[in-house]
Design a protein around this ligand. Structure first.
Ligand SMILES: Nc1ccn([C@@H]2O[C@H](COP(=O)(O)OP(=O)(O)OP(=O)(O)O)[C@@H](O)[C@H]2O)c(=O)n1
Ligand SMILES: O=C(CO)[C@H](O)[C@H](O)COP(=O)(O)O
Length: 425
């Protein structure tokens, strides 16, 4: 799919501000926690080291640029961060030779709030360059020094807002914080002759993952004091805060999906997770509140048959009420139940709205428009005409990555009472 010039992406923070979705209320509760009475929320920025060569992956392309479902891995990570409206700036460290490729990715997927800096020869040096860009008050720089900085690897695409908020909140209180996971295998220390020197008690140790967050001054000063040895061989930013800032980082339990894409098989795992996530939510756009109508039976049947899928109901676009919410949910599968109207214009409005949201730049969006045929209210010919219109329209919107289809359900009210769901099976 070729990138199209498009309107600005939906600002999730605006819709979250409407305080409608469950994640919004969670966020607001957590925000309240993050912002004790009388204190303002900290200014937050993120630094993403993306300057590695991905040797362990064993492919020529650095892993952060490897395609996952035809889109570079780093684009997923950027999307995960930019969906969080309280992260003001995202600084990405990329090697000179990949700078142009990175700019193309930003343009193609319309990433926002991104600044690029040159990566260093090690991960610590890349992070340090990102921090310098945030620290320096250059006259034409649009960046300003944040109070808290998140550090997150470009190759950990499944970072969620809740863990980001937890590390930021803890960093504000403790000075530093990082996500951890239980160890899968026991860590042992071999001696020089390749024999076991000692092993660590697994239950007492944890794997350090990302994201991590720091009071900006703490981590920046730590990097400034770092030895060359630290910058060359160090792998742990929390350790720098401890060694140079005497800050004991708060450790926050993270989800298993925070793992770092390292080997080729991790790309397949990432692909499966993405597929699973986008198929786990169906948005039902229902134009009647009549609970007895067969449209509502369809909702029940869907919920029953797909019990692992989240099915949410919304009002159609013309009401405007649920519009923001539909968009903020980033759902890619829609079933539109047309009871009150057989008007083709309604479906056109929804498709327009989806297009404007730019969701389809990232993944294909599926829309199934359902009509009911009972011969009584609207004649068969007219319904068929709707379907033919949809068919033509579907060809047009397919080019824009929206897969539309019309479905006519024979619904003989005369023989089956509307409350009998068997007429749908
Ligand atoms: N000089 C470097 C080296 C690494 N990274 C980044 O640090 C993150 C975590 O590092 P790692 O997984 O070790 O990445 P690579 O160094 O690319 O992988 P490998 O060790 O297999 O070569 C990645 O996003 C990577 O791009 C970086 O910004 N600059
Ligand atoms: O592990 C980590 C946490 O401490 C870092 O996320 C980082 O990925 C380590 O990078 P490297 O693989 O280069 O050691």
């Amino acid at each position: 799919m070729e990138p199209r010039p498009a309107a600005p992406r939906p600002r999730l923070c605006d819709s979250l501000g409407a305080d409608q979705t469950p994640s919004a209320s969670t966020l607001n509760a957590a925000r309240a926690e993050a912002r004790p009475a009388g204190r303002r929320a900290p200014a937050v920025a993120a630094v993403l080291p993306a300057g590695g060569s991905g040797e362990r992956m064993g492919v020529p392309t650095p892993k952060q640029f490897c395609p996952v479902l035809e889109r570079p891995l780093i684009s997923y990570t950027l999307q995960a961060l930019e969906r969080v409206c309280w992260i003001k700036d995202i600084v990405v460290a990329v090697t000179g030779e990949n700078m142009e490729a990175m700019k193309c990715i930003i343009q193609k997927y319309q990433h926002q709030r991104i600044s690029l800096v040159e990566a260093g020869v090690t991960r610590h040096r890349s992070i340090f360059n990102g921090l310098k860009a945030l620290a320096e008050d250059q006259p034409d720089s649009k960046l300003s020094k944040p109070e808290v900085v998140i550090i997150h690897d470009a190759v950990r695409p499944f970072v969620e807002e809740d863990v980001l908020l937890k590390v930021v909140t803890a960093a504000k209180e403790y000075g530093a914080a990082g996500a951890i996971r239980p160890l899968v295998s026991t860590v042992i220390s071999p001696s020089a002759d390749g024999c076991l020197d000692h092993s660590l008690e697994r239950a007492r140790h944890r794997a350090s993952e990302m994201p991590q967050a720091f009071l900006f001054d703490v981590i920046y000063e730590a990097y400034q004091q770092c030895s060359d040895y630290d910058l060359e061989f160090g792998t742990e930013c929390l350790q720098l805060a401890l060694k140079y800032g005497h800050i004991k980082a708060k450790l926050v339990e993270g989800s298993p999906d925070l793992w770092k894409v390292t080997y080729k098989r991790d790309l397949y795992a990432a692909e499966s997770i993405i597929k699973e996530r986008i198929s786990q939510h169906i948005c039902l756009v229902m134009d009647t509140k009549d609970e007895n109508h067969v449209g509502h039976r369809l909702e029940e049947v869907l919920k029953d048959a797909l019990n692992h899928v989240k099915v949410t109901s919304r009002l159609p676009c013309h009401t405007g009420r649920d519009l923001d919410q539909i968009m903020s949910e980033q759902c890619y599968s829609y079933v539109c139940v047309n009871v009150m109207t057989s008007d083709f214009e309604e479906i056109r409005k929804l498709v327009d709205m989806l297009e404007e949201s730019n969701l389809s730049i990232l993944y294909p969006v599926v829309v199934i428009s359902v009509y009911f045929l009972d011969y009584k209210s609207v004649p068969f010919d007219q319904k068929m005409e709707n379907l033919m219109q949809i068919r033509e329209y579907a060809k047009e919107v397919k080019k824009r990555n929206i897969l539309l289809c019309g479905l006519l359900i024979y619904y003989p009210q005369v023989f089956y009472p509307p409350q009998d769901p068997s007429c749908l099976t």
